[in-house]
Design a protein around this ligand. Sequence first.
Ligand code: GLU
Length: 307
Amino acid sequence: MDYQKILDEIYDEIQPELKRGKVADYIPALAEVEKGQFAMSLTLEDGSVYSVGESKKRFSIQSISKVYTFVLALDIYSKKLYRRVGIEPSGNPFNSLVQLEYENGIPRNPFINAGAIAITDALISHYEDEYKTLEVIMNFIREISNNKELSFDQRVAHSEMEHGDRNLALARLMKSFGNFENDVQGTVMTYFKHCAITMNTEELSRSMLFLAFGGKDPISKREFIDRSKAKRINAVMLTCGHYDASGEFAFFVGLPAKSGVGGGIAAIVPGEMSIAVWSPALNKYGNSHAGTLALEKFTTKTGLSIF
Ligand code: GLU
C-alpha cells in the first residue's frame, strides 16, 4: 500500500476542517496553541515511518499518557488493579464527579481523569515516592520510544495545577471512599506532569508500536508487557479511549486509540502499525476534531480496522 500517498490525500482533504472546533482553554497554557495545525505519522513493524504535516512539532500529549501509566500499573498489580479502577466505558465527561459519587469512589476506567489519578496513586504507593514514580514513567516512555530526549513541560503542568480544582476534587472524593493512599496534592501534581509530556506525532506513534504487536516492540524485540495484558489495554483503548464518544469513535474509525485534550490521538492497528495524529481544535467531547476525521479517512481508504 502506498501509505505516503494516502497520508497526502488525507492532508489535502482535511484542510477545510482544521479551523473547526475549539482548543482546550480550561488549561491556560494549552489555550495559547494555534488552531489550524495538523500532523499524522505511521510507524510500521520494520521501523519505517510515514508522515504528513507538522510531524516534528511537539505538543502536549495529555490523556494519551494514561495509556503508559495503565501499562505500568497493570504490569505491577495485575488483576488487583481492578479493585481500584474498573474497565467499563463511563458514558460521562472525562472529568465528571457525579458517577464517582454514585459508584463509591471507584472510577469506571483508567482513562477518565479519576481512573488515571487512582493509577498514578497506585504507582506512587508501589515506588514509595512521587519523584521516583515520575522518573519511572519518564524512563518507560523513553524506552518504548527509543528516545532519551522525551520530557514534560513544567509550565503546562503548573498551569493545570493552578486550575486543577476539579481533578483535586476527584482525588479527595476517592480519598473519602478509602480509594486513595498518598498525598492528594503531590499525586495530582505527578498526574499533571505526566499529562504534560510533549511529543510529536513521529515520537508518539513510535511509542505505541509495542501495543500493536502484543506488547513486544518489533524493532528492539523487547517485551514491555505480556500479550494477554496488551490485549486488555487495547480493549480498554477501544471501549474507553475517547470518553463519552468512545462508541462513536469505534463506529467511525474502528481502532483502539486514546485521545488527549492537547489534540493528539494515538491509535494502533494490531499486527500492522501504530498511528499518531495531532490537530489541536477539539470537538464537544474533548477529542481532536480533525484528528478523528483523519483517522476515519485512513481506515476507510486502507480498509485497515479491527472489524
Ligand atoms: N490533564 C488533563 C486533565 O486532567 C487531561 C484531560 C485529557 O487529555 O482528556 O484535565
